[in-house]
Ligand binder design. Sequence first.
Ligand code: HSE
Length: 436
Amino acid sequence: MPELPVGLLGCGTVGLGVARIILEKAELIRSRVGVDIRLAGVADINADAVRDLGLAPGVFTTDAVSIAEDPNIPVVIELIGGKTVARDLILRALSLGKSVVTANKALIASHHAEIAETAEKGNGELYYEASVGGCMPVIKTLREALAGNRVESAFGILNGTCNYILTRIAEDKLSYEQALAEAQQQGFAEADPFLDVSGMDTAHKLAIVVALSHGSWVELSDIYVEGISRLTPMDIEFAADFGYRIKLLAITKNRGNRIEARVHPTMVPFDNLLASVNGAMNAVKIVGDATGEMVLYGQGAGRMPTASAVVSDLCDIARNRACGIKNRLPIFSFRPGTAKPMDLLPMSEVETSYYMRFAAQDRPGVLSKIAGALGKQNISISSVHQKGRKTEGPVPIVLLTHRAREADVMAALDEIANIDVIAERPVLIRIEEEDR
Ligand code: HSE
């Protein structure tokens, strides 16, 4: 049976999971793939990390470069993360003609062009299934299963930490801080959880989904990104009163020659499948013009689910080699230079419906002033609720709108901010009702 020596760079949470699968399921993998995938090199800065793996002598090193450059190791798995050391190692390995597997969504989202160019020049392969949605085959689905589709839209819950926090607040009334601490303890938050709660981790994944869906890359800095840290339990409860769950969604839509790409807390109706994706689970709803709606659901983070995606890439590379082929699939789903370039639709032109919460003095005429400002911008109200009544201090006035243009909503809110009885800038949450 042919043998494939692989090098593993980074033995943290996911790296250890990958090593375990390769070592403990060697027979299963051999019988599925027809290749003996062998851990020929493992690198980490911390020798203790691999203590329990029982590696053969000489396999472990603290020198990741020596593995990236080893002529006897044709496949390198990068699980170090970040955009500095990981980038150098990936580019080095690719420039030497090796194939690379990575889970590094931040790196791909920011450096896709040089990575793809280096892979093409070296005739190596680049696989990155674990970069989006943990164990869910999002990349395989977009690159392979939907090859005959125009992707109309994709809606993703792509960050387990945020979904865990939102679920624990909505269902168990935990505070934001308690829920985040739990997510960190359970090991699915990034080393710097700001990447999770700010929405940036989701934006990295969305950039990849956009490229594979539409054939165009969007600049990360051009994606509208709003995280979850400003959501309050009050809004999560009010949303539920109106029949919605709040989820941090990555959204992309094909608008003809333009695309939408945005990440923000989104109200999703209870009867939408995404509303019942709870805890650290991830899900992506993709709409293809031939498939219609389809949903992937699974663990988007954590050691073994993410390791499973890395190993599936490794198996693809091994199978290709066994057949004497390489690069059967274009790295980013479209043959380079063939997809029609599409511009990003500015956020100001996005249309959706909205939840607005105003903190207002409970006085006659307040509602008509708010409604007047909205009406002036052609924004139609679908529902209004004044929550509680106090004799002193502001009370929450919550209203939902029909579809409106973001620029018009912002103009109305600017006018409303100047109404003397409005205490503070209102809370705004976008509503996704694509299916209704
Ligand atoms: N920190 C990420 C999450 C995991 O919480 O989903 C991997 O992207």
